[in-house]
Design a protein around this ligand. Structure first.
Ligand code: SF4
Length: 280
């Protein structure tokens, strides 16, 4: 009885996992039932959820079909059958992962999800370290400014949409005030990126976020401020007085990748044209 209650608490805890929450209700229910039947560990629940998500994206049979197929010869749910089933699914998943992606010209179009926009008025920090920085990494000491949190574009490989609870795009309302509070050592050089939590140019100069960052760069000539984008939204840059320590970089991919993975972004030609306009 206690075991059952403990496992229920574990499942409850796991059900807050963002990837799990994004699955279809039937797949969530299936993973939960298998979790109970086979006493899947937290790690195993997480991996089954990741594989379920990948099978969905690759338009493969669902996790339920994969599980049932791997469980064909397994009569009783126990530790041994769990091992056989998970290994069977994992091996198939690895084989699919190792195959080069075949893009079908008739693949259905991805539907745009309309995301709400909100003004960020809170006390959240906008300045910090690159999320990868740690004692265990060889770090380039990139600093970040998060003027916008969340992104309305839809790159299939991007995890930013899962970072923010309500899926809304938050735009700082008092960015100038927050940037004014940042203390920098005038004897050091800083590399600061503004595209860690969003696409830097996707929202343009809404709430004056680009102007606030230009002012910040002007005030601190010892920084280089990097904007990263997959858009063609350079209108504000073409009109504004952009300080020389600001630069924009584009992420480039072959058009076939853009078409199938970087949904709602600018085409390769549009990105190159935008870069050319700024460079000229
Ligand atoms: S443009 Fe950048 S932030 Fe937006 S979805 Fe693509 S990778 Fe993520």
């Amino acid at each position: 009885m206690n075991n059952k209650r403990d496992y229920g608490a574990k499942l409850m805890d796991f059900s807050r996992d963002k990837l799990y929450q994004n699955l279809e209700p039937s797949q969530k229910a299936f993973i939960k039932t298998m979790g109970e039947s086979y006493q899947l560990t937290f790690q195993e629940l997480r991996q089954v959820t990741e594989m379920a998500t990948d099978f969905n994206m690759w338009r493969e049979p669902t996790i339920e079909d994969q599980w049932n197929n791997a469980a064909l010869d397994q009569i009783t749910p126990n530790g041994q059958s769990k091992k056989v089933i998970l290994n069977g699914i994992r091996n198939h998943w690895w084989t699919l992962k190792a195959n080069p992606t075949q893009y079908e010209p008739t693949a259905p179009k991805v539907k745009n999800v309309v995301r709400k926009m909100k003004n960020n008025l809170g006390e959240n920090d906008v300045y910090g370290d690159c999320p990868v920085a740690s004692d265990k990494t060889v770090c380039c000491n990139l600093k970040t400014i998060d003027a916008i949190q969340g992104c309305g574009l839809g790159c299939s490989y991007c995890s930013i949409q899962t970072f923010y609870e309500d899926g809304a795009i938050g735009i700082e309302e008092n960015l100038t005030e927050k940037l004014d509070q940042i203390e920098l050592d005038p004897n050091r050089n800083y590399h600061i990126g503004s595209g860690q939590s969003s696409d830097s140019l996707a929202m343009g100069n809404r709430n004056g976020v680009l102007d606030a960052q230009f002012d910040f760069a002007r005030k601190h000539p010892n920084i280089i401020l990097e904007f990263k984008t997959k858009t063609k939204n350079v209108d504000h840059f073409l009109k504004a007085d952009v300080p020389p320590n600001v630069f924009v970089c584009w992420s480039l991919n072959p058009q076939v990748i853009i078409d199938h993975e970087e949904h709602f972004t600018a085409s390769l030609g549009q990105r190159l044209h935008a870069a050319r306009q700024l460079a000229d």
